[in-house]
Design a protein around this ligand. Structure first.
Ligand code: TYD
Length: 205
């Protein structure tokens, strides 16, 4: 039973996903909607293991890495996403299975098989896919946040990730050019949210 809406924010690192997710949460809450914000990897034991990989991806095989992301998502779906959708909430998730298809696909795993392995996960009502040239997103990560790149964020790898994100064309995907600037992107995201609510006749109490 699904009364709520599932909206995923996707894209390479440094595109402003998390900021746009928070702005979207405020926008929807101001309309009276019940909004749950969440992210992947989660803080399950699998998610914590994944975070250890950020510093050294060589700790496990690609198959094991993919398995960890899927196990983490299974818990996320069972314990949070499905119950919240049944309760009528709007769930906003920072990353979902398109990230697995793009990142683990870029690492060499079969993209079609990754989608099949994610069959258990509810299809999102909307995916806000923020796109950006990886060189710009990396500069943002390093200069803006003063952070070093983790093992998932190296340039060669991110170029492949960006190419895979660009190749996905499911009907739920709404692509937005993230280089347009925070305010421009915010407006486009809000338009996409409003269109979705209207299309689904979704009224917030
Ligand atoms: P990120 O959103 O940057 O989380 P944090 O704020 O904790 O750093 O995501 C963490 C990294 O995990 C990111 O570089 C992408 C990668 N990732 C995958 O490789 N596959 C996946 O399925 C997910 C959800 C994330």
């Amino acid at each position: 039973m699904r009364n709520g809406l599932l909206i995923a924010f996707e894209g390479i690192d440094g595109t402003g996903k998390s900021t746009q997710l928070q702005l979207s949460a405020s926008f929807l809450r101001d309309m009276g909607c019940r909004v749950i914000t969440t992210c992947e990897p989660t803080d399950s034991s699998y998610g914590r293991r994944i975070r250890q990989l950020y510093v050294d991806r060589g700790q496990c095989t690609l198959e094991e890495e993919l398995h960890l992301f899927i196990q983490d998502r299974q818990i996320h779906v069972q314990e949070l996403i499905k119950p919240q959708l049944a309760a009528g909430s709007i769930v906003l998730t920072d990353r979902y299975y398109y990230s697995t298809a793009a990142y683990q696909g870029a690492a060499g795993m079969d993209v079609a098989e990754i989608f099949v392995a994610n069959d258990f996960a509810p299809t999102p009502d909307l995916v806000i896919l923020l796109s950006m040239d990886p060189e710009i997103s990396i500069a943002r990560i390093q200069e803006g946040r003063g952070e070093q790149l983790n093992d998932f964020e190296q340039l060669d790898q991110l170029k492949k990730v960006a190419d895979l994100f660009a190749s996905f064309n499911d009907p739920c995907i709404h692509r937005i050019d993230a280089a347009a600037g925070l305010e421009q992107v915010r407006k486009q995201v809000q338009t996409a949210l409003s269109v979705l609510l209207e299309e689904r006749n979704f009224t917030c109490p």
